[in-house]
Design a protein around this ligand. Structure first.
Ligand SMILES: C[S@@+](CC[C@H](N)C(=O)[O-])C[C@H]1O[C@@H](n2cnc3c(N)ncnc32)[C@H](O)[C@@H]1O
Length: 382
């Protein structure tokens, strides 16, 4: 049986409770408004009582002309009825209050002016949830997006829109692809370098949304999570999040303007990849037709008609293979002392010849090299 310590560690490892702020949802989703008309939207990692995704679509149900809004909730969330509850101004009937702590689903097919105040708004959604029993129903299972009943709902959906658990991101995306669904979801920026996710990006089956990948994204966290600041009474934490989608965006048809000419001095080749290095996306040379290594943030500017993605710098080799390995090198600090690590550590990274101005480097006694952050390898198409 798992001890308290094991359970604590398991909880610590799976830090999935990051709640998206309404403002971030609005800023991204306003670009896809025309995609929502007549569609079934499914938020499948969203307790309707606390999810701003649900709130956003419920508020805009008529404006967007939605056909249906479905939200499913996973077991009991730690922030339920605490920080985020959308309906805390109302006394829920006891029966409903107890039910909204269990995994449940909410399906909405219309929002009318139930309270006859002349406007259709969130108050009407509250009324709907309170009075129309068949809007909220308990799930049989725990609301896992992989469960049979949630997959049945997924099959009905046209577009899945949410911030899913980061710890299950690969599986989550694989399921969307398997069921051939359109989606707009939030993920960790690091997910770009997951083999499965990068392959989908390379195959043009998903891409980044509108939000600038370098812009900070702050999520609301429960009380037992570390927070970096409190804003309007909400405990928030910064996460390197970004939007992923497979709905067309205008952004991915815009050309990146290139103006810098190529010179071998300014754009040296890697020691271990047959490609030149570019440190800033805006510095991609306009007249180089070979392979170029660029920071991962390039994806924010990626237009598949302008560039071809060839691979990613990874130990496993993804697309472009590393042609040199550093097993007989040792890692050295700036002061010349050995760190105790072998050069194997840098195999697959983009490696440059020479000693860096800052940070550790590697040597085999005669040659010196240092590694850079991950690179995506691209080639200009035109
Ligand atoms: C990153 S949070 C985001 C919550 C909400 N979608 C939002 O954006 O505010 C991910 C949510 O997925 C839930 N979750 C974790 N595992 C899940 C699973 N297997 N199926 C469905 N939801 C899950 C977590 O409890 C958590 O509330």
């Amino acid at each position: 049986m798992a001890g308290t310590k094991d359970l604590h560690n398991a909880k610590k490892e799976k830090k999935d409770e990051f709640y998206t702020q309404l403002e971030d949802i609005e800023l991204e989703l306003k670009h896809y408004r025309n995609d929502f008309k007549g569609k079934v939207i499914f938020c499948n990692c969203d307790d309707p009582y606390e999810s701003n995704f649900f709130k956003y679509f419920a508020m805009n149900f008529n404006t967007f002309g939605l056909k249906k809004l479905i939200a499913t909730c996973y077991a009991t969330s730690p922030v339920a009825n605490t920080q985020l509850s959308l309906f805390d101004i109302l006394d829920m009937p006891e029966e409903t209050e107890e039910d909204n702590r269990k995994p449940h689903k909410i399906e909405i097919t219309e929002v009318l002016d139930y309270n006859e105040d002349g406007a259709v708004d969130l108050a009407d959604v509250e009324f709907l949830l309170r009075s129309k029993k068949n809007t909220l129903t308990l799930l049989n299972g725990d609301g896992d997006f992989r469960s049979e009943e949630c997959i049945e709902l997924l099959k009905q959906a046209d577009i899945v829109i949410t911030n899913p658990p980061f710890s299950l991101f690969r599986e989550y995306v694989a399921q969307l692809i398997e069921y051939d669904k359109k989606f707009i979801i939030i993920g960790n920026k690091n997910a770009i370098t997951y083999k499965e996710i990068f392959s989908l990006i390379q195959e043009e089956k998903m891409w980044l949304g509108y939000r600038n990948i370098n812009a900070d994204m702050w999520f609301i966290v429960p009380k037992d999570y570390e927070c970096e600041k409190v804003v309007n009474g909400l405990r928030v934490k910064h996460i390197m999040g970004c939007w992923f989608t497979n709905l067309d965006t205008t952004k991915r048809h815009e050309d990146l303007l290139l103006f810098k000419p190529y010179t071998p001095e300014e754009y040296p080749k890697y020691d271990n990849y047959d490609a030149i290095n570019v440190d800033k996306v805006s510095d991609i040379p306009c007249d180089y037709d070979g392979v170029i290594g660029v920071p991962i943030t390039f994806l924010d500017k990626y237009n598949p008609n302008q560039f071809e993605i060839l691979g990613l710098s990874q130990k496993v080799g993804m697309g472009l293979e590393s042609n040199k390995f550093y097993d007989d090198y040792k890692e050295v600090r700036q002061d010349g002392s050995f760190t105790g690590s072998s050069g194997k550590k840098t195999n697959g990274n983009p490696v440059m010849k020479g000693k860096p101005e800052k940070g550790n480097y590697y040597t085999n006694g005669t040659d010196f090299v240092y590694s850079l952050y991950g690179r995506i390898f691209i080639r200009k198409k035109r």
